[in-house]
Write a protein that binds this ligand. Structure first.
Ligand code: NAD
Length: 252
């Protein structure tokens, strides 16, 4: 069994896409809790210790994940308007290479950044549940449905358990009161993004078919596009922010 903790006894967690918006926030918030290995194809100012990793490179993923307890896979083209050519390497080959490499080197937990776009084809009036089967309305959402399917396959066939996070609308600042209703009801704050990743990595899950979990990733918004109770029960996610907090205060 590979050593999956650092000399300080912390669990070793690899982040892909760590130079991105969510990666930078999660790395900052969870620094010190885990021994983080930050990877991306690019470097950015203000993020120390980023190692180069292209997630479509299976061999490079194997090397980067060796000895890790968990891999949090954030790297992707996050655009809902992305074309098939844009998505092919980062969003289709990437999750396959990451999941296969993680399982091959004995990673305990793989966390995949999916998206509520995986279910964007459901009627807008329907609150999204993690148990909803993928129903994408664009190719980006379809690429996230693919990553969920790869995750389910890996959990069913290897000792690696997998949590797919259907992330809503990530933004470090609370969306403006009176702003776009979909953005507000899907808002995921910075500290709740870190809490979501923490819960997904640390949750006690079985292996096998039951070791694949889909989780919804929004803050505790007063009006919410996605149901959060199933996710709390499944992985212990406890969000604290609310896009409507300022109105709630005004009502009191
Ligand atoms: N931001 C949101 O609101 C949101 C919503 C739903 C899902 N997501 C998902 O969360 C994840 C992170 O999103 P984000 O907003 O931080 O995106 P981002 O674009 O800010 O960051 C993505 C990072 O991935 C890296 N990357 C791209 N291709 C790569 C490759 N082949 N190998 C390695 N790294 C590569 C980029 O350099 C970038 O730093 C993505 O998977 C995205 O689809 C984001």
């Amino acid at each position: 069994m590979p050593d999956q903790t650092s000399p300080a006894g912390l669990r070793t967690v690899v982040l892909t896409g760590a130079a991105g918006r969510i990666g930078r926030t999660v790395a900052r918030e969870l620094e010190g809790r885990w021994d983080l290995r930050l990877t991306d194809t690019r470097t950015v100012e203000g993020v120390e210790g980023l190692a180069v990793l292209d997630v479509s490179d299976l061999d490079a993923c194997r090397t980067a994940f060796a000895g890790a307890d968990a891999v949090v896979h954030l790297a992707a083209d996050p655009s809902p308007d992305a074309t098939f050519d844009d998505l092919l390497s980062p969003n289709l080959v990437g999750p396959y290479a990451v999941a296969r490499a993680a399982a091959e080197v004995g990673v305990r937990r793989l966390v995949l950044a999916s998206s509520l776009h995986a279910v964007s084809g459901l009627p807008m009036t329907l609150q999204r549940r993690p148990s909803n089967a993928p129903r994408p309305a664009n190719l980006y959402g379809a690429s996230k449905a693919w990553s969920e399917a790869v995750g389910a396959m890996i959990a069913a066939t290897t000792a690696t358990s997998v949590v797919a996070l259907r992330i809503g609308y990530f933004h470090v600042d609370r969306p403006a009161a009176g702003g776009d209703l979909m953005e507000r009801s899907a808002w995921l704050s910075g500290r709740d993004a870190a809490e979501l990743v923490r819960a997904a990595v640390e949750a006690d899950l079985p292996t096998g078919v039951e070791g694949f979990v889909v989780a919804n990733g929004t803050s505790a918004n007063r009006h919410r596009v996605a149901e959060l109770e199933e996710t709390r029960r499944a992985i212990g996610y406890m969000p604290v922010d609310d896009a409507w907090a300022t109105e709630a205060e005004a009502d009191e």
